[in-house]
Each structure stands twice: as structure tokens, then as C-alpha cells.
Ligand binder design. Structure first.
Ligand SMILES: NC(=O)C1=CN([C@@H]2O[C@H](COP(=O)(O)OP(=O)(O)OC[C@H]3O[C@@H](n4cnc5c(N)ncnc54)[C@H](OP(=O)(O)O)[C@@H]3O)[C@@H](O)[C@H]2O)C=CC1
Ligand SMILES: N[C@@H](CCC(=O)N[C@@H](CSC=O)C(=O)NCC(=O)O)C(=O)O
Ligand SMILES: [Zn+2]
Ligand SMILES: [Zn+2]
Length: 381
């Protein structure tokens, strides 16, 4: 019985920006009150993990245990935990849901204030870490999840139990990429039948937006990506058109002009899934005058800013953002898992690579190749 005792296990530690992760033994403390210790079975690598490790985002803190797209089984729970129990199959949530704070009760957002401040500092709600290396040094948590460890500890508001029949090696993708893009289309934007949509960036997030727009019956779904290898996937997930701005534009033509011309004046909805602030501007300006909405999903470095002529907004375009697709993790994850089990939500199709956990640095390299959407890591190997 491991309950109440520290567990020694393998984790991939990010000691320094721009350096590979160090796969080593760490010690994971037992969960304190309102905390849950999870045996992580599978995790995927999201662009945000790679971006944080790269050091481009100055908000990234080290040494830490990255990873936030993971699923596993509850090993033990701390005092006062009522929403999950040992043995439950769970997904870790980087967007918590306490159901009690001003945000949760507002009915207007999926953002939750309960653990946001400590999560941003890389510590548990009591201000301390549950992870220590063999030298006895504390390691920071990441996005309230830290799934690049065979065992992790999360706040009880940051975990949801799911149908035990759902395969964890697939549902781990619902912890971020698929949910984020799909939710941005069907919840944040609430795309309707006949709407026109453009998606910038055809990674897992962008293609999940495509999936959501297709499910809603959008009449035109244009995918914009600088990599032609993404075209086939875009069409498979429901895109009607693919534009590569590095080669499909006429001399002097901008991507905004091209999209406006393709849609008789601009799009009903555009989505940035690249994190590039110039792309964000193009996405806004490709929206239809009077009603077009552009949704920012991509993550840029802390300190980066977006700009456009105020006239773009004066004339009715709307700029908004979406975190975790606007999905409330504890209330709505069950529905997404059911949709997946019923064949209504594609998840398996995003898994292009599989590796053992100790090969995690290769999974980071995979993400930079055009042939990879998601690499799923098996934590038992
Ligand atoms: N708001 C939220 O809740 C979340 C945000 N994110 C963010 O969403 C973004 C997408 O994540 P993910 O799908 O995992 O990332 P990927 O890296 O898999 O996908 C991004 C895609 O955008 C392409 N791209 C890069 N630059 C441009 C450009 N200038 N124009 C068009 N396409 C471009 C990339 O091409 P190439 O591969 O050739 O570089 C790649 O195909 C990231 O910024 C990530 O951090 C992720 C999850 C949640
Ligand atoms: N460090 C960046 C912002 C990072 C960011 O926007 N994170 C996303 C999740 S990315 C998932 O892969 C998010 O949902 N943020 C909301 C939150 O409450 O953390 C910066 O400071 O600009
Ligand atoms: Zn992510
Ligand atoms: Zn809350």
C-alpha cells in the first residue's frame, strides 16, 4: 500500500530552458487535504509544453515537471476529497473547476479562480511542491497537472473522473488539444450551420476547430498553414479549402485579401491556432465587416502584444480568446468522452506517433516535424 507514503518513480524533469528533459527518479509526496495523487498512464506532448521548454515564454519557470495532456488512475486522495476515489480513471485539468468561485458561478466563463494564482507559480494551493529530486531539491508543478511523471499530485478541483471503459491512451488528448479546438468552435464561437470559418495553424488544436466547425455544418472551412503536409489532414477533418500563404498567394497579395476574396467579403469566424501575433492580426482582419469574430487560441510569449487599426473593431469585427475551448472540465468532460465512445468525436485520428516515456525528448522533436500531430507516451515504458 502506497497510500500516505512518498512514492519514488520516474519523471522527465525540465531543469533548464532550451535543454532536453532529464529522465530520472524523483520522489512524489502523498496528497495533502483536497489533493489527489494520480498514477499517470498516458500523456501526450502539446505545443505549449514545447514552447515553455524552449524558453521563449519568459513565464516558464524551472526546474519543473511539464505535461498537461494526461490521463491515469487515482492512487490515493487527501482528506476532504469527494469528487474522485482511488481506482477512478481520470483526466488532469489545467483549467480547474471548483464550482464555488465567482468565475465558476458566473455562468459566463470556464476560467476558475480557485487555484489560478498558485498554479501560475508552479506550486500546490498551500504554496509548496509535492515533487523532489534525489538531491532533495523541490521541483515545480506545471499548469496544475505535471503529467510528465509516473505519479503526479493535483488539486481536487483539477481532476475529473471519466468512464472507465474509455481507453486512457486516447482520452489523454481530451486533457488539452482536442478539447481546446473543438470547444473553441462549438462553445466559444458557437459556429452555426452555413457559417464560413478560417483556421490558421493545422496542428491538433486547429484541426480540432475544423472538426467542431464541420460537426456544426459550416459551409466553408478554410485551413491556412505554411506546411503543405497539413493539407491532407485538413481535408480529412472536414476542411473545404487549404491555403499555404508561403506559396498560394499572387505577387503582392496578402492572406487577408485572399481570404476576403474567397468568401465574398470575409469570414464569419476565424481562429488563430499558431500563437503568432502577426497571424492573429491577419485572422482578425479577414473577418467579415459588421459581424465577423476572431478567436485567439494560440499562446504567445508573456509580454507579446497584438495590434490592429481600431477601425477594424469600430466596423463590427470582434476579437476574443478561448482557454481550454471554453469547456468546464468537471461538468462537461463526461459529455466529450461519451461523444468519443459513440464515434461522434474524433480523437484516435490525432495520434500519429507513440513512444515509451523514457523516449520523451524524441516526442518533443516529433512535434516540430510536419508529419506529427500528437505523440502519446506510455508511462509504463
Ligand atoms: N488557449 C488554449 O487553451 C490552448 C492553446 N494552445 C496553443 O495553441 C497553438 C496550437 O497548438 P498545437 O496544435 O498543439 O500546435 P502545433 O505546433 O501542432 O500546430 C501549430 C500549427 O501552426 C502552423 N503554423 C506556424 N506558423 C504559422 C503561420 N505563420 N501561418 C500558418 N500556420 C502556421 C504550424 O506549422 P509548422 O508545424 O510547420 O510550424 C503547425 O502546423 C499553440 O500556440 C499552443 O500553445 C494549445 C492548447 C490550449
Ligand atoms: N504564458 C502566456 C499564457 C499561457 C496561456 O495562455 N495558457 C493557456 C493554456 S495553453 C495550453 O496548452 C491558458 O489557457 N491560459 C489560461 C490560464 O488561466 O492559464 C502569457 O502569459 O502570455
Ligand atoms: Zn496544451
Ligand atoms: Zn472556480
Amino acid at each position: 500500500m502506497s497510500e500516505g507514503k512518498p512514492i519514488t518513480c520516474i519523471a522527465a524533469v525540465a531543469y533548464e530552458a532550451g535543454k532536453p528533459l532529464t529522465v530520472e527518479e524523483i520522489v512524489v509526496d502523498p496528497p495533502k487535504a483536497h489533493e489527489v495523487r494520480i498514477k499517470v498512464e498516458y500523456t501526450a506532448v502539446c505545443h505549449t509544453d514545447a514552447y515553455t521548454l524552449s524558453g521563449v515564454d519568459p513565464e516558464g519557470a524551472f526546474p519543473s515537471i511539464l505535461g498537461h495532456e494526461g490521463a491515469g488512475v487515482v492512487e490515493s486522495v487527501g482528506e476532504g476529497v469527494t469528487n474522485v476515489k482511488p481506482g477512478d480513471h481520470v483526466i488532469a485539468l489545467y483549467t480547474a473547476e471548483c464550482k464555488e468561485c465567482k468565475f465558476c458561478k458566473s455562468g459566463k466563463t470556464n476560467l476558475c479562480g480557485s487555484v489560478r494564482a498558485t498554479q501560475g507559480k508552479g506550486v500546490m494551493p498551500d504554496g509548496t511542491s509535492r515533487f523532489h529530486n534525489k538531491k532533495g531539491e523541490d521541483l515545480l508543478h506545471f499548469m496544475g497537472c505535471s503529467t510528465f511523471s509516473q505519479y503526479t499530485v493535483v488539486a481536487d478541483v483539477s481532476v475529473v473522473a471519466i468512464d472507465p471503459k474509455a481507453p486512457l491512451d486516447k482520452t489523454c488528448l481530451l486533457g488539452c488539444g482536442v478539447t481546446t479546438g473543438y470547444g473553441a468552435a462549438v462553445k466559444t464561437a458557437d459556429v452555426q450551420k452555413g457559417d464560413t470559418v478560417a483556421v490558421f495553424g493545422a496542428g491538433t488544436v486547429g484541426l480540432s476547430v475544423v472538426q467542431g466547425a464541420h460537426v456544426r455544418g459550416a459551409s466553408k472551412i478554410i485551413v491556412v498553414d505554411i506546411n503543405d503536409e497539413k493539407k491532407q489532414w485538413a481535408l480529412e477533418f472536414g476542411a473545404t479549402d487549404f491555403v499555404n500563404p508561403s506559396k498560394d498567394l499572387k505577387d503582392g497579395e496578402t492572406i487577408v485579401e485572399k481570404l476576403v476574396e474567397m468568401t465574398d467579403g470575409g469570414l464569419d469566424f476565424t481562429f488563430d491556432c499558431t500563437g503568432n501575433t502577426d497571424v492573429m492580426r491577419s485572422a482578425l482582419e479577414a473577418c467579415h465587416k459588421g459581424w465577423g469574430q476572431s478567436i485567439i487560441i494560440g499562446v504567445a510569449a508573456a509580454g507579446k502584444e497584438i495590434s490592429t487599426r481600431p477601425f477594424q473593431l469600430v466596423t463590427g469585427r470582434v476579437w476574443k480568446g478561448s482557454a481550454f475551448g471554453g469547456i468546464k472540465g468537471r461538468s462537461e468532460m463526461g459529455g466529450l468522452v461519451s461523444d468519443y465512445m459513440d464515434g461522434k468525436l474524433k480523437v484516435d485520428e490525432f495520434i500519429t506517433h507513440r513512444r515509451g516515456f523514457t523516449d520523451i525528448n524524441s516526442a518533443f522533436e516529433d512535434l516540430h516535424h510536419g508529419d506529427c500531430l500528437r505523440t502519446v507516451l506510455d508511462l509504463s515504458k
